[in-house]
Design a binder for this molecule. Structure first.
Ligand SMILES: *Cc1c(COP(=O)(O)O)cnc(C)c1O
Length: 344
């Protein structure tokens, strides 16, 4: 039985082209700034996001962390969505390592934060308050059905951030999914932000790595923080080369993942035990719920596994399926059948 693994797009393997690129990559000591492949990847990433400079980091988590450390002083406050990956899934690194205080505001179902609530969360000058330093958004928004934030919304938050002199960071782990779904250049989505992180190791299928992009001054600080947290890597052009191939060959095809995700969502919306609005699916991530039924979440999960289908349980009764390069159209259909069969 071939397993249909929808747990995450991080499970994607490097392509043959990536493997041959990394075998022949020109490398040097990147801590000395001497790895030509890393330099080329950072340059390309800066161009794609419309920023001055880029920084290759081992993971998205480290990319967000060094960005937050570079923007916020100890005791500063960062405003985040309550469903954001930075708040929920990054081990509280910004607080633990940077002394940065999180201020949480509700994410709406489309991943946005209401602009009025956002503005109200910005602290006025007061003896008792930590100073607000930064706002962070997420695009696409993982826990909000992978919804892409539009350039218009991001611009409005940018205007707000500038009005109050705050830094604006984008957790763009799946930035290119957003760009493909909205049919706009990535640059348009990143324009209002002072810094942006995106991942190579998710839908883009590279084995390792993320990029942070921003102004030259900002990247200089981020590079120092990367060294501090142990992210200075040596002949890492072997990894950067695969990332370079990812940016050249894996972006356009994300549209296939989006259409498979939509087909899957539509298919399972016809199953009486499943709750989902298929129209809310815009990229490669599908969240769905189990209606009150005979099956407990655990048994449902076990039954889907028995049918060769792997999904993630996010919460009691809440599941996530993520579409990626290693899931064909046929397998997306099989996945619908797998969910159906769990109830018979
Ligand atoms: C995966 C992810 C990250 C972190 O990336 P890692 O490489 O897993 O550390 C950050 N933000 C979002 C929205 C993500 O989905």
């Amino acid at each position: 039985m071939k397993i249909v693994d929808l747990r995450s797009d991080t499970i994607t393997h490097p392509t043959e082209e990536m493997r041959s690129a990394l075998a022949s990559a020109k490398v040097g000591d990147d801590v000395f700034g001497e790895d030509p492949t890393v330099i080329a990847l950072e340059k390309k990433s800066a161009e794609l996001t419309g920023k001055e400079a880029g920084l290759f980091v081992p993971s998205g988590t480290m990319g967000n962390l060094v960005s937050l450390l570079s923007h916020c002083p100890r005791g500063g406050e960062m405003i985040l969505g309550d469903q954001s990956h930075i708040f929920l899934n990054e081990v509280g690194g910004a607080s633990a390592l940077g002394g940065i205080h999180p201020r949480i505001v509700a994410n709406q179902s489309d991943g946005t934060i209401d602009l009025m609530e956002l503005e109200q969360a910005i602290r006025p000058e007061d003896l008792h308050y930590p100073p607000t330093s930064l706002i962070a958004l997420e695009n696409t928004h993982n826990y909000c059905q992978g919804t892409p934030l539009t350039p218009e919304y991001s611009q409005r938050v940018g205007t707000l951030a500038r009005k109050y002199g705050l830094a604006l960071h984008l957790d763009g782990a799946r930035l290119f999914n957003a760009a493909i779904a909205l049919k706009v250049p990535a640059e348009e989505l990143t324009a209002p932000f002072d810094s942006v992180m995106f991942c190579l190791s998710k839908g883009l299928s590279a084995p390792v790595g993320s990029l942070v992009c921003g102004s030259g001054e900002f990247i200089k600080r981020a590079r120092k923080y990367r060294k501090m947290v142990g992210g200075g890597m040596r002949q890492v052009g072997v990894l950067a080369s695969a990332g370079f191939v990812a940016l050249e060959t894996m972006v356009e095809r994300l549209a296939e993942d989006h259409s498979n995700a939509q087909a899957f969502a539509l298919g399972i919306s016809r199953i009486p035990e499943i709750e989902i609005d298929p129209k809310s699916i815009k990229t490669n991530i599908v969240f769905f719920k189990l209606k009150q039924s005979r099956l407990s979440s655990q048994i449902f999960l076990r039954k889907t596994e028995e049918k060769g289908l792997r999904i993630l349980m996010i919460d009691e009764g809440v599941f996530r399926a993520v579409f990626h390069r290693e899931i064909s159209k046929e397998q997306a259909e099989e996945a619908i059948q797998g969910i159906k069969d769990a109830f018979v």
